[in-house]
Design a binder for this molecule. Structure first.
Ligand code: ATP
Ligand code: MG
Length: 816
């Protein structure tokens, strides 16, 4: 179009280009998955810098994870070909920690505050509930922490809560007391919980306009990714940061600094920062349906001169994947229909698979991954998603057996291990002497004879003298305790005080080394006869290695910086080391990411939608959005899998295919083994499947009716031997299986309506020595039989397939 070529705009479509070039007060980009929202945000930052419309220090970009922030920074720097130091690209939480570390002293905290993660804050809540005997009113740790979190996200502090509470209701009175105590304990510990990081920053800005003005003037361009998931507190933070600065605040600020900035308007004010937000209301997965609508309504109210840009081309996925996603999400009402198109082409069909059990499902996935890998696909281009963390076990077991390198994102975190928490507690205790939580954890670690009674005496002393627990440690000799325990306490106090002295100047690794040396922690683990302790010692050494690595990355990094980094590492952040491994993660963690090949597992009622969502208003719609997020992560290949039975919490349940599966047009899915055919062998035993399908009509079953021709795929899946179907070689116990049988009976409705084919052998009984024929394993001899009736389990030595345990009632077997 004759415009001079600008490499930053290369390849962008007209709407994307407009978004990158826009200069004005507020820009809202609302668009579907994979339409380039994040890419546009990144290019926009690069554009602002290269056109010199902004200095790096004037930019604040908010991403969903620290990892996304690092990636965005890298991309901006590679786009403009120079380091852009001074840019703040971070999560809401990280940005707020930076602000609070600088400003906390304005309101009674010090910059070395501790950040309580959810485990810490739950521990505190647990103590408070116990102290107040609040469990008598039905309060649990979860209910209280959920309620406090919701209140804080709505920017309600104790005072506001107490003002509005109905004090005729004893439960509300008790809750107000819990909330008050929780707040004052945090304050006393010089600690913030996660929600405080945002909420307290908002309060800080509102209470101290001259502090707010520092940041309002500094950040001239604020950009927020994943806007649909911001909560009210986060929204308010953005609102505060983009407010104009009035003339006399600007005057005072600049008088203090001795210069007058060029940003002042003729009337002396400083205009509010320019704001860009990008989001997709179909991907709102952290709030009830109202939340994102409110944020957008608020946006249009608070930024009346905003420009709205819609992006309609998807650059990520094939048409088949996109069509499935569009079909699913169109079942949510109350949404604006988006027209998303792609020019990538239809691509492969989505692959569907129904396993007998989660082991069978996992085995299928492992086999597919192996085949894809053999065909040249890198493991790192493959991801496996699930709704709940509990689903990883079956996957991990089989991946290990199949020698597939994998990594679980946000799963059992290194920093959640006991020995790591112990050592971290030492670091926290020296960084923030006011924090009793860390101190309590290490009081008797390693063992030094300080028991609960002594701890209580120390706490009592602290309360009486209105001092910290740490102060009491130093005064242990005034408590009338025995000489040995007094000596131990004073020893600990001395150790901590000595290391604390070095906090400001020493490197993190040196501080940690000093602690390990003085406590002998690693040697004690090494000397232990518990075989686990050797691994624990190695973990601690790994932590030491991490501190060294931190020092290399951040030559000026302090202990506080290290602790902040560790506490704020979000689930998706360990993606860095993903080279050469398959990534396993929850659907929530998958947000914003993309992979060549995606396995979306456990597409069953109860998991997706999750049973917990049933009672929530808007719950199933939110779960559908989660499913939509999962589907739209895939570039070229998408697998949807489920299991007919699933063991959870020691129970085995018959699972129903997710209602969302029916929302995908049949022709988009190639069922390798469909819910309708999972128990019918291709060709050999037609059973009642086809007849039944005719009789119930095309409605409910239509999504699953492409089961023909699945025989080969299924036969292949059994060549592997163990772990398949009801022929468990590992997995649920006999009692669990028996329970499954009971549940199977209860759920005949499902079997009738959906599968139409679950085998029911009626009262078939087997005896030792009987010859049987199994659809998959061929012929074999019964070696043992337990119980009778529906719980009966037979162990069969198959001539070719080896020894299997079978649930007689439903296994596809015949007596010969
Ligand atoms: P999500 O909603 O999942 O967060 P998104 O809207 O942020 O998605 P991006 O991740 O920015 O989308 O982009 C999706 C993919 O499309 C990326 O691989 C990106 O590089 C690519 N892409 C974006 N815009 C273009 C374009 N104009 N030309 C080619 N590829 C593009
Ligand atoms: Mg994105």
């Amino acid at each position: 179009d004759g415009a001079p070529s600008n490499p930053l705009l290369d390849g962008l479509n007209p709407q994307q280009r407009e978004a990158v070039e826009y200069r004005g007060p507020a820009l809202l980009i609302l668009a579907g998955a994979g339409s380039g929202k994040t890419s546009v945000l990144t290019r926009r930052i690069a554009g602002l810098l290269s056109s010199q419309d902004a200095w790096p220090s004037q930019i604040l970009a908010i991403t969903f994870t620290n990892k996304a922030a690092a990636e965005m920074r890298d991309r901006v720097e590679s786009l403009i070909g120079q380091a852009a130091e001074g840019m703040w690209i971070s999560t809401f939480h990280s940005a707020c920690v930076r602000i609070l570390r600088r400003e906390a002293e304005h309101f009674g905290f010090t910059k070395n505050f501790t950040i309580y993660d959810s485990a810490d804050s739950r521990a505190l809540i647990k103590r408070i509930i116990k102290d107040l005997e609040a469990d008598a009113f039905g309060f649990t740790v979860s209910s209280v922490s959920g309620k406090i979190s919701r209140l804080k996200n709505e920017l309600n502090d104790v005072e506001t809560y107490a003002r509005n509470a109905n004090f005729n209701d004893p439960a509300e009175r008790v809750f107000a007391q819990i909330f008050r105590m929780y707040t004052s304990e945090l304050q006393r510990a010089n600690a913030f919980d996660f929600d405080d990081l945002i909420g307290q920053t908002v309060f800080l800005f509102r209470a101290f306009p001259q502090v707010a003005a520092i940041y309002q003037r500094r950040f001239r361009h604020i950009l927020v990714d994943e806007y649909q998931d911001t909560n009210h507190a986060q929204y308010s933070l953005i609102r505060e940061l983009t407010k104009p600065i009035d003339a006399h605040v600007a005057e005072a600020l600049e008088a203090g600094e001795g210069y007058r900035s060029s940003q002042r308007e003729p009337n002396g004010t400083i205009a509010g920062a320019s704001l860009t937000v990008v989001g997709d209301s179909d991907q709102s997965i952290y709030a009830f349906r109202g939340a994102d609508i409110r944020n957008i309504v608020e946006f249009e109210r608070d930024y009346p001169r905003s420009k709205v840009i819609l992006l309609e081309q998807n650059y990520r996925s094939t048409q088949n994947i996109l069509s499935a996603a569009n079909a699913v999400i169109s079942n949510n009402f109350d949404r604006k229909d988006k027209k998303l198109f792609t020019t990538i082409g239809d691509g492969e069909k989505i692959v569907g698979f129904t396993g007998y059990s989660q082991h069978d499902e996992a085995q299928f996935i492992a086999d597919e991954i192996t085949t894809l890998h053999d065909g040249g696909l890198d493991y790192k281009d493959i991801a496996v998603f699930y709704r709940t963390n509990a689903q990883t076990r079956a996957l991990e077991e089989i991946f290990i057996r199949s020698a597939i390198p994998y990594r679980v994102l946000g799963g059992t975190k290194f920093y959640e291990r006991a020995e790591i928490k112990d050592v971290m507690a030492y670091l926290i205790a020296v960084a923030n002497p006011a924090d009793p939580m860390a101190l309590r954890r290490i009081m008797n670690v390693p063992k030094r004879g300080i028991g609960p009674a002594t701890e209580a005496a120390l706490q009592l002393h602290a309360d009486k003298h209105e001092q910290t627990l740490r102060d009491s440690l130093r005064q242990a000799d005034q408590l009338g305790l025995g000489p040995k325990v007094t000596g131990a306490i004073l020893g600990l106090a001395g150790l901590l005080d000595e290391v604390t002295l070095r906090v400001e100047t020493a490197k993190v690794a040196d501080i940690l080394e000093a602690i390990l040396k003085r406590t002998g922690y690693v040697e004690l683990l090494r000397a232990s006869r518990d075989p686990q302790d050797e691994a624990r010692a190695e973990n601690v050494e790994e932590l030491l290695a991490q501190t060294k690595e931190f020092n290399t990355r951040n030559p000026d990094g302090t202990l506080l910086d290290f602790l902040t980094e560790v506490t704020l590492v979000a689930a998706a952040d360990d993606l860095d080391d993903s080279s050469g491994t398959v990534s396993l993660m929850t659907l929530h963690t998958a947000k914003g990411l993309e992979f060549d090949t995606v396995f979306l597992t456990g597409v069953e009622e109860g998991l997706l939608p999750h049973q917990m969502s049933a009672g929530e208003p808007g719950g199933p719609a939110e779960e559908r959005r989660l499913f939509y997020v999962g589907i739209t992560r895939a570039r070229r290949r998408l697998y949807l899998s489920l299991a007919m039975t699933r063991a959870q919490f020691g129970d085995v349940n018959v699972a129903m295919p997710s209602r969302y599966l029916q929302e995908i047009p049949t022709e988009l899915i190639d069922w390798r083994q469909s819910p309708g055919s999972a128990n019918s062998r291709g060709g050999t035993q037609p059973r009642a499947l086809n007849a039944r399908r005719d009789s119930i009509g095309s409605g409910f079953n239509s999504g699953f009716s492409s089961g023909t021709g699945s025989g080969a795929g299924r036969a292949a899946s059994f060549d592997r031997g163990g772990g398949s179907g009801y022929g468990y070689s590992s997995g649920p116990s006999a009692t669990a299986l028996a329970r499954a049988a009971r549940n199977a009976e209860k759920k005949t409705e499902w079997t009738n309506r959906v599968t139409g084919t679950v085998r029911d052998n009626g009262d078939l009984t087997l005896a030792v020595g009987d010859r049987v024929k199994h659809d998959d394993f061929g012929e074999g001899t019964v070696k043992s039989v337990t119980a009778n009736g529906p719980k009966s389990i037979a162990e069969v030595q198959f001539d070719e397939a080896g020894r299997k345990r079978l649930l007689v009632k439903i296994a596809p077997i015949e007596k010969l």
